[in-house]
Design a protein around this ligand. Sequence first.
Ligand SMILES: [Fe+2]
Ligand SMILES: [Fe+2]
Length: 273
Amino acid sequence: MIEIDRRAFFACLGGTAAVAAMSAEARADALENFLVAGTAAAAASAVQGRAPTVAELEAQIPTRNYRRGVGNGMVARDGGNVTLLAPLPAKPTLADFIRLRLHSNAEHCLQSARQARLKNMDEDIVFACLVHDLSLSLMRAEHGFWSAQMFEPYVSEKVTFAIRHHATLRFFPDQETGYEYPELYRSMFGTDYVPPPHQQEEYRQVRRHRWYMAPRLVTVNDLYSFEPGVKVSVDEFEDVIGRHFRQPREGLGFDGSPVAHIWRTAANPDAPL
Ligand SMILES: [Fe+2]
Ligand SMILES: [Fe+2]
């Protein structure tokens, strides 16, 4: 286990209370950012108790033996080893994947969906929240698009839209819905980070789309979806899944859809080729 300077770590996130309010996913991300304090730049920003700049984060890249975009399920990010995966049923369902394969972000997704349901949001939004980050097990970079692609053949166009664009909307505050720029992003992306032009353009297009509120509501339930001690089971959403996900009879990965290989990759991430 790697030793970390807890005080500096907590300080750079805004103190103990701020850390307590973070989701498990957010904490893992923050810790990952912090753990790479092998460079002078990172060490300096940790000592000063402040979030790093874009240039400091870039200087950390060659200090890792993996890239930050790699899926959470593909590398043991605590420096240990990965574990053996339990077998999947022959015709795996979405719930099987959530329980047995895409679990690195499943808790966060389940809590988001629970939040959406508690706020009486439309059921398609509840479902979008339930799956919005599941691709993070495979790939972190561009996760809105990866998640949307995985689900596109099995969900409505609006749900796909919500999943695809939630990731970009997270960079753009929306006062009307109470969505603010995440404090965590200052340490993840750098204090002086500006989303690239293609994301600015995506935001402009989504902002004037008739379904804007769908991905926006996913972001609204995204950051504040952690309640300490609350365990949410996928069973609670069996009905929502049944109504908003077209489960292929052959099992996910075996239905010949254009994205079946993504599900097979999730099913067997230990395949050497
Ligand atoms: Fe996300
Ligand atoms: Fe999320």
